[in-house]
Design a protein around this ligand. Structure first.
Ligand code: TYD
Ligand code: MG
Length: 439
């Protein structure tokens, strides 16, 4: 028994005066700066003396993964992949391991049986004799096997199923998840083996288990997408070895995930005749320019309270844009149902998409299609001004590459556009001008 304060009677055996006081105190060391002789402890060195040897990287066949990791898997790094159940985390890493034929990989699953994994591997249909499977949840048993096999890459699917014998709580609990991760991190650093840890996220989008997990690992990747669409996005949210705003795009197919190296071409639907309510935005996801189609439907409200429904866009942002249109343009959206959709089930956070959303809304309101081969980029402010966005030249270059003829940008971006391009750049400063130019 232990007690933090004085106890007369032991609550366990009910005997009196059996508790003894034990003072828990750190050794009272004397302060070191008073003593000249003591030379122990860590030593500092000059920054210039630190060896410049770059950490070695394993380059995988998956270029999207290489990109989000900042150029391949760093040896000894621990990477956390977080995503909702069923999004394709197991598929992605099974596939990436199977493609790595030159190194020994170990895939540890605590969720699925060997047969289930085999069935999935058959769908992916890649043969690899250096790929090993382990069905285990006990961390010490896992390390034991690793010691024998000496794999060069380890995948753990998932952290929520692991169990450390040093801790009593149930698998998936905060303390278990934290302890198991700490053991894995120690292993990775000691043996210089890279480890991928797959983790489920809860409904509110946070990684189940403590936030501290994110601090313990070197890199955090988020795997996301709408289950009803086939596109999946792998996003870096933390990276000690590269940029934290990279993005990889995949498509879920019959035989695993397919890398998409040219996403803009797929995200814009091919159509024979122009349709109303569609506008193309030149967005930037991470460091990657992406042309995305925004679709709006504005109809007369059938019920008393008009509906606002969005997919892939922030609802409050839509309400704000509608209020701006109402106030600055005199459009009566108050009696209309408004639906807004970002094509491909992609979630866009880039505020530069505003202008395209606004044009899609106007186009549907007027039921007039916008001319084809034009795109938009700009943030819309509360007073209806079109604001400048970052990396404008990169966006223009992407639009030009995809054969667009005109791009509408903010007048305030003028200074940052220095390069000449074949695409016609139309500068606007207020949304009022937009209506005159388009309709
Ligand atoms: P899974 O990798 O099990 O997701 P997670 O590990 O994130 O829970 O992926 C499950 C989904 O992927 C499942 O609905 C089936 C689908 N899928 C395909 O569409 N094609 C494939 O080739 C594979 C292996 C899975
Ligand atoms: Mg899984």
């Amino acid at each position: 028994m232990e007690s933090a304060k004085w106890q007369g009677k032991c609550p366990s055996c009910h005997a009196w005066n059996t508790f003894v006081e034990e003072v828990l105190q750190k050794d009272n060391k004397k302060e070191i700066w008073k003593d000249d002789k003591d030379k122990s402890g860590p030593k500092s060195i000059r920054l210039s003396e630190v060896s410049e040897e770059e950490s070695k990287r394993i380059i995988t066949e998956d270029h999207e993964l290489n990109r989000v990791l900042g150029g391949g898997i760093v040896e000894g790094s621990v990477v956390l992949i977080a995503g909702e159940p069923g999004i394709g985390k197991s598929t992605l890493f099974l596939q990436d391991c199977l493609q790595l034929k030159k190194i020994t990989t170990l895939y540890i699953s605590g969720e699925e049986s060997m047969q289930q994994i085999k069935m999935r591997a058959d769908r992916i249909n890649i043969k690899n004799d250096n790929f090993y499977l382990l069905n285990a949840t006990d961390t010490q048993a896992i390390f034991n096997e690793i010691k024998k096999l000496k794999p060069q890459l380890v995948v753990i699917d998932s952290i929520q199923t692991l169990e450390s014998p040093f801790i009593e709580s149930a698998p998936g609990s905060v303390s278990q998840v934290r302890e198991c991760t700490a053991e894995i991190v120690r292993f990775a650093k000691a043996t210089n083996t890279p480890v991928f840890i797959i983790g489920h996220i809860t409904k509110d989008g946070s990684i189940a288990g403590p936030k501290v997990l994110e601090h313990m690992v070197d890199t955090v990747l988020q795997f996301e997408g709408d289950r009803h669409y086939s596109y999946r996005i792998l996003r870096t949210t933390k990276n000690r070895f590269g940029s934290a705003s990279e993005l990889g795009i995949y498509e879920m197919s019959q035989d695993g995930l397919r890398q998409i190296s040219n996403p803009s071409e797929i995200l814009i639907t091919q159509k024979d005749e122009p349709l109303s309510g569609i506008a193309i935005a030149a967005t930037l996801e991470g460091a990657r320019p992406l042309l995305i189609e925004t679709q709006a439907l504005v109809t007369h409200a059938v019920y008393g309270t008009p509906q606002r429904t969005v997919t892939g866009f922030d609802l409050r942002r839509l309400q704000l844009l509608l209020a701006v249109l109402e106030k600055r343009g005199g459009f009566h959206f108050g009696v209309k149902d408004v639906f807004l959709n970002i094509a491909g089930g992609i979630k866009v956070e880039d505020p530069a998409i505003d202008l395209a959303v606004l044009c899609a809304l106007l186009s549907s309101y007027e039921d007039k299609p916008l001319p084809q081969r034009i795109c938009f980029v700009g943030e819309v402010g509360l007073s209806g001004e079109v604001r400048a966005v970052n990396r404008i030249e990169q966006r223009i270059a992407e639009a030009e590459k995809l054969g667009f003829e005109k791009i509408y940008v903010s007048k305030f971006n003028k200074k940052s556009i220095t390069q000449k391009s074949a695409i016609e750049i139309i500068m606007i400063s207020k949304i009022e001008e937009l209506y005159r130019l388009l309709f």
